[in-house]
Design a protein around this ligand. Structure first.
Ligand code: NAP
Length: 331
């Protein structure tokens, strides 16, 4: 797996014109934020999109995307982001390559402060800051990301046809990933740190019944073996009860130990659930704070797909447009 890198938004950011009070500021540049920008721009809201650093969200760490409608041959994740971005740009979205460090979304206008020292005011805000996959935190794991280490089985499972892989975790994601990987891989180890899964029983039953899957209880990964040339060649695992270590020969490791929504800059200002996801008033994208809308993985602990994120971005832009119209705030 080799990544193509797209550099986006860094050029010319200094020239971005910022209004005294923006109609709508979109925070985050994954499929949710970019789709919100397309709709908001076409509605004449002249949105300002703060891209985040790095820009593009989780798709920038993905290789082939085969399930996004409109790409019959599949598309590289970064290319998909670049395509949607161009579409948003075409209708006049302004992109600011910067990181939001602080907000006050309870005030009117809402205040957004950035890493580069900008203070931006806006009547409406769309939060599309996404979620970040949790990793184990091993140095070897970080080094081999994209070379056999992945946090997305649906994105990368295809590359492990007839090979041996491991899935780390014991929740619904890990077990769903393991079952998905049976379509491609010859053998799947599920490695869990305890002797009980927290996943739904129906998933557990399928896992235990599947001939390609072997569960290894009470083990943690201590090292991923391999290099950028060979890719992953194995993992070292340790029994947490006996401290015994062993090496499993395999070509892929999928980390499925959960995601963390990127909501720290909004904490205490809008309602979040126990895991930090933004609570929206389904089916709308309204948050607990008037004029603040949320779209994509940051408010979706369940589906977390590019297409569902894009769809919710559309909803957020339409909701923001209604809000600004109703309040007579459109300039
Ligand atoms: P999760 O339920 O939080 O499970 C995370 C798993 O990773 C747990 O088994 C946990 O172990 C393990 N883990 C966490 N940190 C670890 C570490 N540092 N080292 C090793 N293992 C670690 O997360 P999730 O599975 O991503 O699910 C998130 C939400 O999405 C859940 O609400 C789930 O129901 C939902 N979901 C649903 C479906 C579905 O319905 N098909 C599919 C995917 C996700 P412990 O058990 O020991 O804590």
């Amino acid at each position: 797996m080799a990544f193509e890198f797209f550099s986006m938004g860094s050029e010319g950011s200094d020239e971005v014109k910022i209004k005294d009070i923006e109609n709508v500021v979109i925070i985050g540049s994954g499929p949710a934020g970019l789709t919100a920008a397309i709709y908001a721009a076409r509605a004449g809201l002249e949105p300002l999109l703060i891209e985040g650093v790095p820009a593009g969200g989780q798709l920038m760490d993905t290789t082939e995307v085969e399930n996004f409608p409109g790409y019959p041959e599949g598309v590289q994740g970064p290319q998909l982001i670049d395509d949607i971005r161009k579409q948003a740009e075409r209708f006049g979205t302004r992109f600011l390559s910067d990181q939001v460090t602080e907000t006050d979304v309870r005030s009117e206008p809402k205040i957004i402060k950035t890493d580069a020292g900008k203070e931006i005011k806006a009547h409406a805000v769309i939060i599309s800051t996404g979620a970040s996959a949790r990793y184990l935190g091993l140095e070897s794991e970080q080094r081999l990301k994209g070379f056999g280490v992945s946090a997305c089985a649906v994105c990368d499972g295809f590359f492990f046809k007839d090979q041996t892989v491991a899935v780390i975790g014991g929740g619904d994601s890990a077990l769903t990933d393991a079952l998905y990987l049976t379509k491609h891989a010859a053998k799947i180890y599920v490695i869990h740190r305890r002797d009980k899964f927290r996943a739904a029983k129906v998933l557990q039953d399928r896992i235990f019944a599947h001939e390609k899957i072997e569960v290894i209880w009470d083990h943690v990964v201590t090292e991923v073996l391999g290099d950028e040339d060979s890719g992953v060649v194995g993992i070292r695992i340790k029994n947490v009860k006996t401290e015994e270590e062993k090496v499993l020969d395999l070509q892929g490791m999928f980390v499925a130990i959960g995601h963390d929504p990127n909501t720290s800059v909004f904490r205490g200002q809008i309602e979040l659930d126990a895991k930090g996801y933004v609570i929206v008033k389904h089916p709308s994208s309204e948050t607990s704070q008037p004029g603040v809308f949320a779209a994509g993985d940051v408010m979706d602990p369940h589906y977390q797909q590019a297409i569902t994120a894009a769809a919710s971005g559309c909803r957020a832009a339409l909701d923001a447009q209604d809000y600004l119209g109703d309040k007579g705030l459109l300039d």
